[in-house]
Design a protein around this ligand. Structure first.
Ligand code: COA
Length: 388
């Protein structure tokens, strides 16, 4: 049975921050951001755009009414949850009008969770080949003003429809995961922004990559020459670039090296403009590769490195399916470039606006631009959404 990604969609916030403006405001050399981190702009979400609105917008782009009638599971992967009890997937299920006899859940393990969601979806579809599972990776990466992570923030969601007979990517059953208990990045319930040991987290990312890759090679008997492209979790593109360089050892042929480096450049085009979207960032990397490369063909093997602080990592692969290009119907580059540019002052106000509830638990919001959906209000502590 072939199971994999049949459709993939993306949505990001309507506002952007230019990294040169941020560098000036933070008295930093702009090259540190553009060359040192390889970031040009960041997506900035207002209070009315959250993981529900972004996730629903990404999914609404790709789903037909037939899909909505057949989806029997919605999994929303996130580390920027809006409720400790109710899954964001339940709101998304309602906004999209998915048939009622579906399971809707939220899943968490930092930036790794969308990979776990895809695994659950794969297992479900393997047992029930008629099923369609909607996997959404939705996050708002917010580190806080004047922190070392500030230049690596961002906002966005990826939606993937997992089915049998997929038309984009067929999963191979070759996943190798690794868990290690480290405190490189975490966000306790009492904090709106994460605690992060920045340099330690980059070391964990790279060491998890190295050791998971060694184990993958040992168990699967594959080398980099077997891969047409490798997609990475991208907290910021420079770290993914270091990851690629770690894999490109002397055993890799020059031809494979050239191919992997070129495809890597295409895979980070969107991340350079969006910033970090946590668990969706690996799949944003895949989308960017698909929509910007000229060289990929059906049957090509794509590698994936997923990493979530804490830490869980995984390497797996999939093969491109004949006709995959025909499934890419959206001009994401124009959508990304059309975002509204914010001054640093406005970014500070908009991104860090705090919820003001009255004594009865009600809140209304200013009229910000959002994607397809918006958080309309909060009434007696209940979030109310609307379609724009
Ligand atoms: N021109 C060009 N490059 C410059 C530069 C300049 N003027 N100034 C600095 N750089 C380079 C540095 O050499 C470094 O590159 P290198 O990693 O190849 O050595 C890079 O820019 C970053 O500079 P550094 O001083 O190390 O940055 P920092 O101390 O401000 O923090 C992070 C970097 C990643 C630790 C920080 O952004 C962070 O905490 N991010 C969030 C955590 C994260 O994303 N973790 C990833 C794993 S999940």
């Amino acid at each position: 049975m072939i199971v994999g990604i049949d459709k993939i969609g993306f949505a990001t916030a309507k506002y952007k921050l230019d990294m040169t403006d941020l560098a000036t405001a933070r008295a930093t050399d702009p090259n540190k951001y553009s060359i040192g981190l390889m970031l040009d702009t960041l997506s900035i979400a207002p209070i009315t755009e959250d993981i529900v609105t972004l996730g629903a917008a990404a999914a609404e782009k790709i789903l037909t009414s037939e899909d909505k009638a057949n989806i029997d599971m919605v999994i929303l992967a996130t580390e920027s949850g809006i409720d400790q009890s109710k899954a964001a997937a339940v709101f998304v299920h309602a906004l999209l009008g998915i048939q009622p006899f579906a399971r809707s859940i939220e899943i968490k393990e930092a930036c790794y969770s969308a990979t776990a969601a895809l695994n659950y979806a794969k297992l479900h579809v393997t047992v029930h080949p008629q099923s369609k599972v909607l996997v959404i990776a939705s996050d708002i990466a917010k580190y806080g003003l004047h922190t070392s992570g500030e230049p690596t923030q961002g906002a966005g969601a990826i939606a993937m429809l997992v089915t049998s007979q997929p038309r984009i990517l067929a999963f191979n059953d070759d996943n190798i995961a690794q868990t290690r208990d480290v405190m490189d990045f975490w966000r306790p319930n009492y904090s709106t922004t994460p605690f992060v040991q920045g340099m330690f987290s980059t070391k964990q990312y790279l060491d998890s990559l190295k050791t998971t890759w060694q184990e993958y090679q040992k168990r699967q008997g594959l080398s980099l020459d077997d891969f047409s492209a490798f997609c990475f979790h991208v907290p910021y593109p420079k770290l993914a670039n270091k990851g690629l360089n770690k894999l490109l050892d002397k055993s890799v042929s020059d031809k494979a090296k050239e191919r992997l480096v070129q495809n890597f450049e295409d895979s980070i085009i969107y991340s350079r403009k969006i910033g970090n979207i946590y668990t969706g960032s690996l799949y944003l990397c895949f989308l960017s590769l698909l929509e910007n490369t000229q060289s990929l063909k059906a049957g090509n093997r794509i590698g994936f490195f997923s990493y979530g602080s804490g830490a869980v990592s995984e390497i797996f692969s999939g093969n491109l399916v004949a006709g995959f290009n025909g499934m890419l119907k959206y001009d994401h580059l124009t959508e990304i470039d059309d975002r509204i540019l914010l001054s640093v002052d406005d970014y500070e106000k908009l991104f860090f606006e705090e919820l003001q509830l009255d004594a009865d638990g009600n809140a209304n919001f200013a009229d910000y631009q959002t994607h397809t959906f918006a958080l309309d209000s909060i009434i007696e502590h209940q979030r109310r959404y609307r379609k724009n």
